[in-house]
Design a protein around this ligand. Structure first.
Ligand SMILES: CCCCCCCC/C=C\CCCCCCCC(=O)N[C@@H](CCSC)C(=O)O
Length: 484
């Protein structure tokens, strides 16, 4: 089976929610709140923005947040400085079905004003897109889910199964909101291991022109996610003296050598150890004739395809554990040689490797006792893998095909991390993706500058959630539809 039915009849015009000026305005306004997560140890001046953000959201969606309906419940998990992780629970029409869980975080990463053409918290709006920090990651999902849910409830409908929405406040800095929610799901709501039918969180974006020759929007739904490991490298080299008579080595040169060795000796290629082979096979029908015969015959060309990791940064990220040097500091005065140098390396662990294997490789490559390697808190192994033939996966693809023109959706690996990792015990069926098509050039906007959400994509994404909310029952799709 390797067939994705990408020619579903689209939803009808009557079913489709149109992007009204009100829907646009709500999104634009949501982007004005500086719900910024800052790293530990930095001054957190944004707490009140979270309070104001949720106050605004409560006002905008009264059918959810101030409802008399006993089937609609809102729970607020309080954290320091008034920040809250929010849980919304909607009773479904069939109480015999396991509940489903949707996750979307409310926090965003910081943005440096001078790097942007417009203030990242004063949204720049055109006919085609809105540009602001969080426009894609992740207020797009949060707002689209609220729009879809509100429309559903206002229409007098309920989802087929009980549905939980989790809106954490700190995904970008560790996920304590999601970790606390996991405890509350167990203790307060009595949800046991495997208690959710499925979990849906942020993940890969559908990218138009994402691969050479693939012009249609291509989405690799995260059926697993890479692990996470940050290490600090420190050198304390006390042989220092006056800068006019330097030693041959210093903490800076020793650390620089170590970092160069990490760059020159990447972690081993893992092609074939997780679901990247299926991912490549899923792509076959859409590839141009120049590449198709190679990918269609992986039994023969596997070693050749694995080599792609050496030439293409995306393939590299899919096929191996990556190591990104994200922080480097040393020195404090131009004529003083510093004793200490420090760097931070962030690894995204391929499911074919473990944390200890990554550390062993790192030690072997650095091969210098003067470089102290310490593991930062928050490391996690790669996530478990969702079954390829999951009914919910097929239903997701079905709804994507019905609401987003030309989308190609195949199972793959999520290259980053999301809050679902803290809730893995609750479901074997976890899916990580965004339903908003982007152009390839938009990609660096996520965590970068000029982050964008395209309006047509936003409308499509709202309709995706609405369609999925209506159809997320246990009934199988008609034969021939959406076999992954
Ligand atoms: C075959 C098609 C190729 C497409 C390649 C696209 C590559 C895009 C990969 C990732 C970008 C999207 C990421 C969006 C979600 C970001 C979530 C996130 O940033 N999470 C944080 C969590 C931090 S935990 C301390 C992270 O850093 O991973």
């Amino acid at each position: 089976k390797n067939h994705v039915c990408d020619h579903e009849a689209p939803i009808s015009d009557e079913e489709r929610v149109k992007l009204s000026p009100d829907i646009r305005d709500r999104m634009v306004k949501a982007l004005e709140f500086k719900t910024i997560s800052v790293e530990d140890g930095m001054e957190d001046i944004y707490s009140n923005e979270f309070v104001k953000f949720w106050h605004y959201i409560y006002e905008q969606y009264p059918r959810i947040f101030s409802s008399e309906d006993p089937d609609v419940q809102v729970d607020r998990i309080e954290f320091e400085n008034g920040k809250e992780t929010i849980v919304v629970i909607i009773e479904g029409t069939d109480r015999t079905l396991k509940p489903g869980l949707f996750i979307s975080h409310a926090d965003v990463v910081p943005a440096i004003r001078k790097e942007w053409t417009h203030d990242p918290f004063k949204p720049f709006v055109t006919e085609d897109f809105v540009q602001a920090r969080g426009a894609y990651d992740c207020k797009s999902i949060l707002m689209a889910q609220l729009e879809a849910l509100h429309a559903l409830l206002l229409n007098g409908e309920k989802p087929p199964r009980k549905t939980y929405f989790l809106f954490p406040h700190d995904e970008e800095v560790g996920g304590f909101g999601a970790q606390e929610a996991a405890k509350i799901f167990r203790e307060r709501y009595n949800i046991q291991s495997d208690g959710f039918a499925f979990i849906i969180d942020e993940g890969m974006p559908p990218i138009r022109n994402g691969l050479p020759g693939v012009t249609k929007p291509l989405l690799t739904i995260g059926y697993t996610a890479k692990g996470y490991l940050t290490v600090e490298l420190t050198v304390n080299y006390a042989k220092v003296g006056h800068a006019s008579i330097p030693e041959k080595e210093s903490s800076i040169t020793i650390l620089s050598d170590a970092l160069s060795r990490i760059n020159a000796n990447p972690q081993p290629n893992q092609f074939g150890k997780s679901i990247e082979v299926e991912m490549m096979e899923g792509l076959v029908p859409y590839l141009p004739w120049t590449i198709k015969p190679v990918i269609a015959n992986l039994w023969l060309f596997r070693p050749l395809v694995a080599l792609a990791a050496n030439f293409d940064k995306q393939m590299n990220a899919f096929f191996r554990t990556t190591s990104a040097i994200t922080i480097f500091n040393a020195g404090y005065k131009s004529n003083v040689i510093p004793i200490q140098a420090r760097a931070v390396v962030n690894h995204r662990i391929h499911p074919g490797q473990t944390i200890s294997q990554v550390l062993e490789h790192l030690e072997r490559v650095i091969d210098d006792d003067r470089v102290l390697i310490t593991q930062e808190e928050g490391a996690l192994e790669a996530d478990k893998v969702t079954p390829r033939d999951s009914l919910y996966g097929r239903k997701i693809v079905h709804s994507l095909n019905r609401t987003i023109k030309d989308i190609i959706a195949i199972p793959g690996i999520f290259l980053a991390a999301c809050d679902a990792r803290w809730l893995q015990d609750f479901s074997d069926h976890i899916f990580r993706f965004y339903p908003f098509v982007m152009e390839k050039e938009d990609l660096p906007g996520i965590h970068g500058r000029e982050e964008k959400l395209r309006w047509q994509s936003y409308e499509d994404g709202i309709n995706f959630y609405l369609d999925f909310f209506r159809h997320m029952d246990e009934n199988d799709l008609p034969p021939g539809h959406t076999e992954l």
